[in-house]
Design a protein around this ligand. Sequence first.
Ligand SMILES: [Fe+2]
Ligand SMILES: [Fe+2]
Length: 140
Amino acid sequence: MATKEDLIKGLNEDLAAELGTVIRYTYQASKSYGLMGMELRELFAEETQDELGHAAFLTDVIVDLGGEPTTMPKQFEKPESIKAMLELDLEMERQDVEAYMAHASLAEELGLVELKMKLEEMAADEAGHARELRRILKGL
Ligand SMILES: [Fe+2]
Ligand SMILES: [Fe+2]
């Protein structure tokens, strides 16, 4: 049986991942050179706004549930090539989709309908990010 504490723990892992992604995309935007880099900087800037929104939402929810939101970003690898960078991002976005779907189920078990739907929406946002990354990776 899922508990509120399980959910808070899960959402804090999601929050750490979002904070890490904001930093990762900001870092990667600066490390993207050349013409391809120009397109990537735009994409990263756009997606960073989504991730910031996700982080803010999670922070509010964790507080509302009586938890303490983390301020520690998840650490990430720093591959040199653009291709390896994007492959890492794609894998991270996929992991985020899985985590949000798992935590949406947890929220549903606890009867938190709005949270369940919002987490599913965030899973869909991450799936959209993954699709964009796949599209760019196809051209590399
Ligand atoms: Fe996100
Ligand atoms: Fe994302």
